[in-house]
Design a protein around this ligand. Structure first.
Ligand code: UD1
Length: 343
């Protein structure tokens, strides 16, 4: 087994946690990241946790010449985990071309590179956003894909199609798309975690920033949904559990001997948690009370979604290990650690 893995977006939130899990399983890791939404210091955190170095190059995957040079210089890479992409739903509505250009061009450049340099394995970072508001819950991998609610969501759908078509036309490329539900939390060491630039869009970083006093109050987007407590429901999973699934996906690709091979897995806990339940979890683990303001629903938000995880459990052999409170505690520990060392 060729144990050299290229992780694009490896200094980002899910990418950095995945690099840690790969290094701990003795994979050799190459990271390409343009640092557009992450910091170089993340590499220090990865090293502090694992005691191992990964190779890092800073450039944009849209630069195909630069990417070809990278592959020419590193001919022994066997697998790619592709995280690098823009992911802000709201911004994608304002600047759709920025999202289509970046997210699709970078993927196509990688696939060209895989063909040219004979790299067989691709794990793609997809999202449950492809299901939209599903009629039946929980969602399985066979739940129909809905027209995307945002250009960001559309880039995930189109990317999956591009990969599938490429796999079916190729003699050797195999791929797994992982559809994440809502990743939260941080590494238990608190040495790496989620580092939103500016005001966070996502719920958990907004909660921890409110808890530590950076935000005056938490905005609860809607309490009139058709859910038991009126707030929206998501399936929140610990980022370390999610990271481990990527290692398992790579191992699975190595086991697949025949092509074409393209698979999709939902990655979640299988349990829906409301915004108010998430707030209670934070208050339990932190011992702090949050100021709340209930606002209107956020445009584009769905009411509820959670995963049917049987396919990932049975085929990939993966399931989440952390409870909600454990995952939220790591987010809180990270927030405290990060603020202490950056004030
Ligand atoms: C969204 C995308 C997901 C994407 C992710 C990346 C959809 C349906 N989901 O997840 O595909 O991968 O962003 O960033 O497009 N909330 C508050 N107050 C806040 C923030 C959020 O009440 O300050 C609520 C939201 O209304 C939602 C829940 O918390 O009900 C989770 O929101 P968020 O963490 O932003 O994730 P999604 O919108 O589910």
């Amino acid at each position: 087994m060729n144990n050299k893995v290229l992780v694009t977006g490896g200094t980002g939130y899910i990418g950095s946690h995945t690099v840690v899990e790969l290094l701990e399983k003795d994979f050799e890791v190459y990271i390409i990241d343009n640092l557009s939404n992450s910091r170089i210091e993340v590499l220090d955190g990865i090293y502090a946790i694992t005691g191992k170095q990964s190779e890092f190059e800073k450039f944009d995957l849209c630069d195909q010449d630069r990417l070809r040079t990278f592959f020419k210089n590193n001919k022994d890479i066997g697998s790619i985990i592709h995280f690098a992409a823009y992911k802000a739903v709201g911004e994608s509505v304002e600047k759709p071309l920025k999202y289509y250009r970046n997210n699709l061009l970078s993927l196509m450049n990688l696939l060209d590179g895989m063909e040219e340099f004979h790299i067989p394995n691709l794990v793609f970072s997809s999202s449950c956003t492809v299901y939209g508001q599903a009629e039946n819950l929980p969602v399985t991998e066979k739940t129909p894909i809905k027209p995307a609610e945002s250009p960001y969501g559309n880039t995930k759908q189109i990317s999956e199609e591009i990969i599938q078509d490429t796999v079916y036309s190729s003699k050797f490329i195999k791929s797994v798309s992982l559809r994440y539900f809502n990743p939260i939390g941080a590494h238990p060491s608190a040495l790496i975690g989620e580092l939103p630039m500016g005001v966070p869009d996502n719920l958990v970083p907004y909660i921890t920033q409110t808890g530590i006093g950076i935000r005056d109050f938490l905005r609860v987007f809607g309490n009139d949904y058709n859910t038991p407590d009126g707030s929206a429901i998501r399936d929140y999973l610990h980022v370390v559990d999610l990271a481990k699934a990527h290692v398992m996906a790579i191992e699975r690709l190595f086991e697949k001997k025949s092509t074409p091979s393209y698979e999709v897995f939902n990655l979640g806990t299988g349990k829906g948690v409301s915004v108010f339940e998430m707030i209670k979890s934070f208050e339990r683990v932190s011992g702090r009370k949050l100021n709340l303001k209930v606002l209107d629903r956020r445009p584009g938000d769905i009411e509820k979604i959670w995963a049917d995880t049987r396919h990932a459990n049975n085929e990939l052999g993966w399931k989440t290990e952390s409870s909600l409170d454990e995952a939220v505690k790591t987010a809180w520990d990270w927030e405290k650690h990060y603020r202490k060392s950056n004030l």
